[in-house]
Design a protein around this ligand. Structure first.
Ligand SMILES: C[S@@+](CC[C@H](N)C(=O)[O-])C[C@H]1O[C@@H](n2cnc3c(N)ncnc32)[C@H](O)[C@@H]1O
Length: 212
C-alpha cells in the first residue's frame, strides 16, 4: 500500500516531534537501539544510520565504526548535529537531510545499514528497502528494528483502529511481517538472517537481512 503515508506529512510530524522526541521515545526504544548498534559494531567498517533522528544512537556505536546519518527531518537532524559537536563524535563522517528512498551514496558503499523505527514511517517501504540494499556491500547487513503488526487478535483490532491517527503522527502501527518477507523474496538478492523479539512487550522486532 504505497502512498498511504506521505513524505511531507511525515516530515511535518517529525518537525513537531523534534523538541520532545528524546523525552518521549528516548528510553522506551533504547533496547532496540542498543541491540541494532551491537549488530552493526560486530560488522564494523562504515555504517549508514537511516532515519537517525535526533542522533540518540550516535554516541553508542564504537568509535572505530565510521558513521553516516541521514534523515528527512531537518529539525530532528539539527539536534543530531548538536549532539555530535557536543560529544566530539569524530567517527561521524556525515549527517545529511536525505530521503531514505533516494540515498545519495554510491552502490556497495556501506558494510551495514541500520534503520531504527523507520521502515514503517516511509511512504514506499519496498522501494526504500531496495535502496538500502543497493548501498550495501555484498555480504553486508541491513539491520532493522521496528514495530511489527499483530497477525490476529485484540492487538490487531487495536492497531487497525489506531492506524488513521498513527499515520498523522508519522507511522503505520499495523505493518505486517509478510510485507518484509514478500519484499525479500521479490528482491532475490537478500536473505533473512534473524528476527528477534524486542521490547516493549515483544511487539517490536530486530530484523537482519544479509545481501548476497
Ligand atoms: C521514530 S523516529 C526514529 C529515530 C531514531 N532512529 C531513533 O531510534 O530514535 C523515525 C525517524 O525517521 C525519519 N524518517 C521518516 N521518513 C523518512 C524518510 N523518508 N527518509 C529519511 N528519514 C525518514 C523521521 O524524520 C524520524 O527522525
Amino acid at each position: 500500500m504505497a502512498g498511504d503515508i506521505d513524505r511531507e506529512g511525515v516530515e511535518k510530524a517529525y518537525g513537531r516531534w523534534a523538541p520532545i522526541y528524546d523525552l518521549v521515545f528516548g528510553k522506551v526504544f533504547d533496547q532496540g537501539r542498543q541491540s541494532t548498534i551491537a549488530e552493526a559494531d560486530r560488522i564494523g567498517g562504515r555504517v549508514l544510520d537511516v532515519g537517525v533522528g535526533t542522533g540518540l544512537s550516535l554516541s553508542e556505536y564504537k568509535r572505530t565504526t565510521k558513521l553516516c546519518g541521514v534523515d528527512i527531518s531537518e529539525p530532528m537532524l539539527r539536534r543530531a548535529l548538536k549532539r555530535v559537536r557536543a560529544q566530539g563524535l569524530s567517527n561521524v563522517e556525515a549527517l545529511a537531510v536525505m530521503d531514505a528512498k533516494n540515498l545519495a551514496f554510491p552502490d556497495a558503499f556501506f558494510d551495514a545499514v541500520v534503520a531504527q523505527y523507520v521502515i514503517t514511517a516511509v511512504p514506499d517501504p519496498e522501494a526504500t528497502l531496495d535502496d538500502f540494499i543497493r548501498v550495501l556491500k555484498p555480504g553486508g547487513e541491513l539491520i532493522l528494528v521496528n514495530h511489527i503488526g499483530a497477525e490476529s487478535g485484540p492487538r490487531r483490532v487495536f492497531e487497525l483502529a489506531f492506524a488513521p491517527l498513527a499515520r498523522r503522527l508519522g507511522w503505520r502501527p499495523e505493518f505486517p511481517w509478510e510485507r518484509l518477507t514478500n519484499w525479500a523474496a521479490k528482491h532475490g538478492g537478500v536473505s533473512l538472517a534473524e528476527r528477534r523479539p524486542m521490547p516493549p512487550m515483544g511487539h517490536f522486532s530486530l530484523i537482519r537481512f544479509r545481501k548476497s
